[in-house]
Design a binder for this molecule. Structure first.
Ligand code: HEM
Length: 227
C-alpha cells in the first residue's frame, strides 16, 4: 500500500497505526464536521498543510488503511475533491459550508460543536449501552424531523451505515454496533473505539454499503409506520 511519509507507523508491522495510541487533541479540530475525519485527524492519519488542505491521495491512503475498497474510496475521494477549487485536494476545515453539508444530520458538530445534542440526537436512541443499525435509524428519523430533506437524509443513512461498517464492533450474531462510549469518543474527541482494529484491506465494498443502507432505510420506514 502506498502511504504518505507522515502517516504514523505501527512499529510491529509497518502499517499505519490505527490503534488510537497516537490520539491527541489537535488545532482546529472543532472545525471538522465529520466524526470519522476528526478521528483520522486526531490520530495523525490525516495531516493537512498550514491552510487545512489535504491531498486526495492522502485521503485515499487513509480510507484504504481502514478497509474501504477502491470503488467506495473513489466515490468519497471524488466527493471530497469537488468541495473546493484546488484540484486533487480538499480543505479539512472548510467542509461545513461545502457541497457535502446536508440536511438531516445530527448537528452535533455542525454548524458548531454542541455536546448537549449528543444525548438528544444520538444516545437517547441506544439500548443497553449499544447503538445498532436500528438505533441509528431512529436517530436519522429524528434528525429528519428537525431538518427535513430527502437527499440529505439519505446521505445521513449512508454516513451512519459507513460508521458502523468502519468502526462497528461485531456481536455474537455478527451484527455491528457501537457502544455509547464509542459514539461519544468519535463524535466529541475523534477517538477510535477502544481496542478497535481496522478491517482487512478492501473488505468494505459497495455491496456492503448498499445492503447496509437498504437495511437501515427499511428500519427507518418501519419505525415511521409504527408512529
Ligand atoms: C470512513 C469514512 C467516513 C465515515 C465513516 C463518515 C461518517 C460520517 C458520519 C456518521 C457523519 C454524520 C455526522 C452527524 O450527523 O453528526 C458524517 C458527516 C460528514 N462527513 Fe463523513 N464519513 C466518512 C468520510 C467522509 C469524507 C471522505 C468526507 C469528505 C472529505 C466526509 C465529509 C463529511 C461532512 C462534510 C459531514 C457533515 C455533514 C453535515 O453535517 O451536514 N466524510 N460523516
Amino acid at each position: 500500500m502506498s502511504r504518505p511519509e507522515e502517516l504514523p507507523e505501527n512499529p510491529t508491522n509497518g502499517t499505519p497505526s490505527t490503534s488510537g495510541s497516537h490520539w491527541h487533541a489537535r488545532p482546529n479540530a472543532d472545525k471538522i464536521s465529520c466524526p470519522a475525519l476528526l478521528s483520522f485527524y486526531n490520530n495523525d492519519l490525516l495531516n493537512p498543510d498550514e491552510n487545512g488542505n489535504v491531498s486526495t491521495a492522502q485521503l485515499d491512503d487513509v480510507l484504504e488503511s481502514v478497509g474501504l475498497n477502491s470503488k467506495v474510496r473513489g466515490v468519497l475521494v471524488k466527493g471530497a475533491d469537488k468541495t473546493d477549487e484546488i484540484p486533487d485536494s480538499f480543505n479539512l476545515f472548510a467542509l461545513r459550508d461545502s457541497r457535502l453539508d446536508h440536511s438531516g444530520s445530527t448537528s452535533i458538530r455542525d454548524p458548531e460543536i454542541t455536546p448537549e445534542k449528543l444525548e438528544h440526537a444520538l444516545l437517547k436512541f441506544s439500548e443497553n449501552g449499544r447503538m445498532y443499525a436500528e438505533h441509528f435509524a431512529a436517530a436519522a428519523n429524528y434528525a429528519q424531523l428537525q431538518d427535513p430533506g430527502f437527499k440529505g437524509t439519505m446521505v445521513q443513512t449512508l454516513e451512519f451505515t459507513a460508521i458502523l461498517e468502519v468502526f462497528g464492533r461485531v456481536d455474537e450474531s455478527k451484527k455491528r454496533y457501537l457502544t455509547i462510549d464509542d459514539v461519544k469518543g468519535l463524535w466529541m474527541d475523534g477517538k477510535f473505539p477502544q481496542d478497535w482494529q481496522p478491517r482487512n484491506s478492501d473488505e468494505i465494498g459497495v455491496d456492503d454499503v448498499v445492503s447496509g443502507v437498504t437495511e437501515m432505510a427499511v428500519k427507518r420506514l418501519l419505525q415511521l409506520l409504527k408512529l
